[in-house]
Design a protein around this ligand. Structure first.
Ligand SMILES: [Ca+2]
Ligand SMILES: [Ca+2]
Length: 226
């Protein structure tokens, strides 16, 4: 009696893990996974080690882990960008490169200054709008990323009452004005009052002369049709 028949005759279902030992003598193609299986095993997912393990690693290893995490995140973003470019899907499912994702929106922070109307146009050309603040959480997020500099937002009363550029209701919505603002101040002597809202360096809002070259923030919502 051949050895392999003895093995197969005594193997019970619960001993399935022993099956590897019974394949002696089988053709190679029946025991080795096909080449594509190896490819499929290469996954972009990364799970950090459990917390107790992290606390015992050296600073160098921690830094390396952070870099790997960032790399995986960049890779995911890149593969999403590729999918958007290759498909006919016009719904935004990931933030463009150099935009920051937060709570279902993507944000872009300028590093130079422009008058409000130009900043507004810039965002529009990028399929977005000047940032619209609807919650304290969003206010804190933008404040954290913009730095302590005057920065335009998508709020203006150039055409009458205060209006958010995306149609969000101003009267019932979130507000964070400095005390005594907006004051439509005429004292700057540049012509007219103040019709455009901006974050002051501490994050609270002021209305100012729209032609001042302040930095700006663009926002676009994920899941929105372009
Ligand atoms: Ca918003
Ligand atoms: Ca003002």
């Amino acid at each position: 009696m051949c050895r392999c028949r003895v093995w197969s005759a005594t193997l019970r279902p619960s001993q399935g893990f022993l099956a590897g030992a019974s394949v002696i003598g089988l053709p190679r193609e029946m025991t080795d996974p096909a080449p594509h299986v190896h490819t499929d095993l290469i996954s972009l997912s990364y799970s950090p080690p459990p917390a107790p393990l992290l606390s015992s690693v050296s600073p160098e290893h921690s830094s390396l882990l952070l870099h790997v995490k960032q790399f995986v995140s960049d890779l995911r973003s890149l593969s999403c960008q590729m999918a958007v470019l290759q498909g006919n899907d016009s719904v935004r499912t990931c933030c463009p490169i150099n935009w920051v994702e937060h709570e279902g929106s993507c944000y872009w922070f300028s590093s130079s200054g422009r008058p409000w109307p130009e900043a507004d146009k810039y965002c529009e050309l990028e399929n977005s709008h000047l940032v619209v603040i609807t919650s304290w959480k969003e206010q804190k997020f933008v404040q954290h990323h913009m730095g302590p500099l005057n920065t335009w937002m998508g709020l203006t009363d150039q055409n009458g009452p205060w209006k958010w550029v995306d149609g969000t209701d101003y009267e019932t919505g979130f507000k964070n004005w400095r005390p005594d603002q907006p004051d439509d101040w005429y004292g700057h002597g540049l012509g007219g009052g103040e019709d455009c809202a901006h974050f002051t360096p501490d994050g609270r809002w002021n209305d100012d002369f729209c032609q001042r070259p302040y930095r700006w923030v663009c926002e676009t919502e994920l899941g929105k049709t372009n």
